[in-house]
Ligand binder design. Structure first.
Ligand SMILES: NC(=O)C1=CN([C@@H]2O[C@H](COP(=O)(O)OP(=O)(O)OC[C@H]3O[C@@H](n4cnc5c(N)ncnc54)[C@H](OP(=O)(O)O)[C@@H]3O)[C@@H](O)[C@H]2O)C=CC1
Ligand SMILES: CC(C)(CO)C(=O)C(=O)O
Length: 312
């Protein structure tokens, strides 16, 4: 299976790198500066389990159709990346995005239809360090993926057809490659579960300019985190995607920790980089407005991120 990974940053470099190390046929679609860096230094992955390096195969424009395309760019780069990657998408290509939030799903479905645009949720704490290496900061590395359930059911109402064959092939390609790969039959709900977690984590850490552990140790911090999580959970419930079970337990465990847990958006902010505030916090505020849910803390975080972005 030919796999194209669009973006060789923290997530693309990690998951694509692990796939290449496992012997999969992986090509990275990168821009010229990243291509030059990778040609000179290779793709280095630093993780709690050790350090590794590989010589990735890169292209700066697609060289034909691929069977599977993993999209690993930030939300603010998506539209350009979609235009760049479109020549790689043939009639049977599966496109799986790793982005946070929900809005990118609509862009992908608009461009490729629900038949080729699937859902993907990655759980990892990773960053590109000052040397341009991928730094995996915890042992978490999970990738869930699958056709967009309700939409896919409408496209393939009886199941058992070509969609199932492609799912089996994609699952085989992604499984056993050194990370936790999971087929999901409820990927839309998983996208919401992750969004609620990340909107909470991202809003809290960027508003308070510190980790969840630091917030919990500050006066009023625990109450603030619980109030914020109640807001994001209420938005998801009002939108028809209430978080339950394991997702609710994970949210609770995340907001009570005294560990220095942060979010990718916070790491970007402290480095003075652009942030995905619209896709992660702004869209959740918009959902709240649509469903008449009161979200004063989330709205304050959104305002703070807008001020930060305006000063970049
Ligand atoms: N980092 C994390 O821990 C997690 C991140 N996520 C989500 O994953 C998504 C990706 O984030 P992350 O990997 O951290 O981001 P990074 O900024 O580390 O990497 C994004 C990469 O995309 C590249 N890129 C942008 N536009 C293009 C293009 N047109 N063609 C090719 N490459 C392009 C950039 O390359 P260039 O050098 O050319 O700018 C950059 O290296 C985000 O939505 C994020 O929220 C989800 C879970 C965890
Ligand atoms: C939820 C979390 C922290 C881990 O995947 C994340 O997605 C992020 O930091 O962007």
């Amino acid at each position: 299976m030919r796999i194209l990974v669009v973006g060789a940053g923290a997530t693309g470099g990690y998951f694509g790198g692990r796939l290449a190390q496992a012997g999969r046929d992986v090509t990275f679609l990168v821009r010229p500066a990243r291509a030059a860096h990778l040609a000179e230094h290779g793709l280095r992955i630093k993780s709690p389990d050790g350090e590794s390096s590989l010589r990735p195969h890169t292209v700066t424009e697609p060289d034909g159709h691929y069977d599977l395309v993993l999209v690993a760019v930030k939300s603010y780069s998506l539209e350009t990346a979609l235009a760049d990657l479109t020549p790689a998408v043939g009639p049977r290509t599966v496109v799986i995005p790793l982005l946070n939030g929900i809005r990118h799903i609509e862009s992908l479905v608009r461009r490729f239809s629900v038949d080729r645009a699937w859902g993907g949720v990655c759980m990892i704490h990773a960053t590109l360090d000052e040397a341009g290496d991928v730094h995996q900061m915890s042992t978490l590395h999970r990738l869930s993926f699958g056709p967009l359930d309700s939409l896919a059911a409408a496209a393939d109402p009886v199941g058992g057809g070509e969609a199932d064959e492609r799912l089996a092939a994609v699952a085989e390609a992604l499984t056993g490659a050194g990370f936790d790969a999971r087929v999901s039959t409820t990927i839309v709900q998983e996208l919401w579960d992750k969004w609620v977690l990340l909107a909470t984590l991202g809003a809290a850490t960027t508003l308070m300019r510190g980790s969840i552990g630091a917030i919990n140790k500050a006066p009023g911090g625990s109450g603030f985190l619980h109030a914020l999580a109640a807001e994001t959970s209420a938005v998801a419930a009002a939108a028809g995607h209430p978080i339950r079970g394991k997702a609710a337990a994970m949210l609770e465990a995340t907001i009570v920790t005294t560990e220095p847990t942060t979010s990718s958006m916070y790491r970007d902010l402290v480095q003075g980089l652009p942030v995905e505030s619209g896709a992660i916090v702004g869209d959740m505020v918009a959902e709240a407005t649509k469903h008449e849910v009161s979200v004063p803390l989330l709205a304050a975080a959104h305002t703070g991120l807008a001020v930060y972005s305006a000063n970049l």
